[in-house]
Ligand binder design. Structure first.
Ligand code: ATP
Ligand code: MG
Length: 289
């Protein structure tokens, strides 16, 4: 990871203007940096401002106060908004709302037409993007016949065609069945391995455990951040924030309360299995000596 962030959120406050004299304050002095190649998860209770923050990352929303810089470009700079949007792409919750064309390849091409990419290059980019999400065989199909997971893959392809540096997923798997969810997670993991920066908003704590870094939001503020292991060590605090922890963390804490030798700070299922084995071996050795 290089030290130069792709995205800098600097002291951002935001409120939705409901009518002339009523504002709903949502973000309060939020600062956050997203570094190249990292996998960042944003978690928080419903209404804590995760989607509002996500929409600031590529200029869909602009701050009331503070600034968001994408590779140094201020998202307030409307003349450069296409540049910002092609660097940071967003995938939303509902796959149906993101399909704009009646043929898959036209859907993937949509964003490219907006930024004026030439026909030959457009073809290359569509090939690349559909291949990256494993949907090349569906190129000439109508997207509305696809499953939810396949539609999300097409939505991701539409973004990849723009050659972004960062992909922001706002609960992109929450409307999918378990198969569709695993499908999208596999695509996201692969993109991350190949160098793509990922920002994901999710309620699935097993997904969060895979991230490099976690940011926890509450009432429009960042209240906790760190590696998944650091964040999930705060089980009591997370409970107060109405947030879950991965099954592995819950099980480890429970076993630790009965057997203090058991490491409580585990986040992956495989770690729990390994720890059970380790503790068993220790006990066998202890009883044998
Ligand atoms: N377009 C809007 N107009 C007015 N208020 C809004 C709008 N969108 C969101 N809000 C309010 O802003 C607050 C934060 O909403 P936001 O969608 O950012 O939260 P969230 O953390 O993404 O929640 P969830 O987990 O439910 O997706 C909530 O109180 C919400 O009701
Ligand atoms: Mg949301």
């Amino acid at each position: 990871m290089s030290n130069q962030p792709i995205i800098c959120v600097e002291n951002v406050s935001f409120a939705y203007q409901v009518n002339q004299d009523q504002q709903i304050p949502v973000l309060q002095n939020v600062s956050l940096e997203v570094y190249p190649g990292e996998y960042l998860a944003i978690i928080g209770h419903n209404g804590s401002g995760k989607s509002t923050l996500s929409k600031h990352l590529n200029g869909i929303l602009t701050p009331l106060e503070g600034n968001v810089l994408v590779n140094g470009i201020n998202t307030r700079d409307k003349g450069r908004i296409h540049e910002v949007r092609s660097r940071v792409g967003m995938v939303f919750q509902n796959p149906d709302n993101q399909i704009v064309a009646t043929i898959v390849e036209d859907d993937v091409a949509f964003g490219l037409e907006n930024i004026g990419v030439f026909a030959e290059e457009m073809k290359d980019r569509i090939d690349f993007a559909l291949d990256a999400v494993g949907m090349s065989a569906f190129r000439h199909r109508p997207p509305h016949h696809l499953s939810g997971g396949q539609k999300q893959r097409i939505a991701i392809a539409g973004i990849l065609a723009m050659k972004p540096q960062c992909l922001v997923l706002d609960e992109a798997t929450s409307m999918l069945d378990s198969y569709g969810r695993q499908d999208i997670l596999a695509v996201v993991r692969k993109l991350h391995r190949e160098g793509m920066t990922i920002v994901t908003v999710t309620h699935h704590m097993s997904e969060v455990a895979e991230a490099d870094r976690v940011v926890v939001m509450e009432a429009g503020k960042v209240v906790l951040q760190g590696t998944p292991r650091e964040v999930f060590a705060h089980q009591e605090k997370l409970k107060e924030l109405h947030l879950d922890v991965p099954d592995a963390s819950r099980i480890a804490a429970l076993v630790h309360s009965e057997y203090p030798a058991f490491n409580p700070n585990l986040i992956h299922n495989e770690e729990v299995v390994a720890e059970v084995t380790r503790v068993q071996i220790r006990e066998v050795e202890a009883s044998g000596s």
